[in-house]
Ligand binder design. Sequence first.
Ligand code: IPM
Ligand code: MG
Length: 368
Amino acid sequence: MSNPSLLILPGDGIGPEVMAEVRKIIDWYGAKRDVTFDVSEGLVGGCSYDAHGTPLTDETMDKAQSVDAVLLGAVGGPKYDSLDFSVKPERGLLRLRKEMDLYANLRPAQCFDALADFSSLKKDVVAGLDIMIVRELTSGIYFGEPRGIIKEGNERVGINTQRYTESEIARVARSAFELARKRGNKVCSMEKANVMESGILWRDVVTEVHQAEYPDVELSHMYADAGAMQLCRWPKQFDVIVTDNLFGDLLSDAAAMLTGSLGMLPSASLGAPMENGRPKALYEPVHGSAPDIAGQGKANPIACVLSFAMALRYSFDMGAEADRLEKAVEDVLADGLRTADLLGEEGATPVSTSEMGDAIVAKLDSSL
Ligand code: IPM
Ligand code: MG
């Protein structure tokens, strides 16, 4: 059997430095676990624009379609703010999501014991938190037509369209129910059926899929604004949350912050199974490119490392190795190692991005 293949797209800002730490872990798997990945690297976002005048070349797009999994760092930065919308760094990422048809975006928000004090919420509200947001990623207002800025009389009008087909809702609902069965067996679906027709359809379709295929899973519905409030009030009431592209973008940032730092949270974007049975997949940290701290060794590589752990689990069927890597992360945190985003505790050991990566590798070593 051929080696599993990975395309690495470090991107902009802190992307390359956090990805460098993941490379150490990939190398460790080759050296110590006899799992060799065929790794290729490419450009996405602003760096691709600088080199090629586009945030994603067709060659890189084709490569992404042909590998077993894509690992992405982050895209964007103030340097690119004035670029035309069509070539902004984010367009590269959105093209990958759309053309690979990565409709289910899994964003786990887990509170590590060692970090419960970092949350802006009280410790007992977040300690032990383990929720999974499943965000629809290839449709909705991010991609709906018509869109644009048009002229109407003397003024400009900005237009975006929220649009969901039944099948788009049904497939992401299935992803959420499947995940729930392997976790706490509960799904909460969030929309705004009180003001949006697309929300009414969303609620109907999720309910239909539930009744027909997943009656064993507990399903509830919430308006997305109330959901945001409940996430801050008592997040542990949730297991899996399924929601649309835009609400999922907002709710997942809020959920991420419950856990103490955006620098901790991974994500997996999954599509339909390929010929080899693996889902089309892209893994990336939830955090952005953090241009203000880029290149200073301050970035927390854990979100990117945990994204690779999700790749082990969801693309390569290596759940035990994913557990091993997640445990290594938990152990370095328990030892008090903290990157700059997590400083402030007494007795913590401040470490740089690469020292954090090295410490995780050392924990992997001692796990053998
Ligand atoms: C995210 C980001 C992206 C999004 C941006 C970078 C296009 O905020 O992945 O949550 O809005 O989806
Ligand atoms: Mg976002």
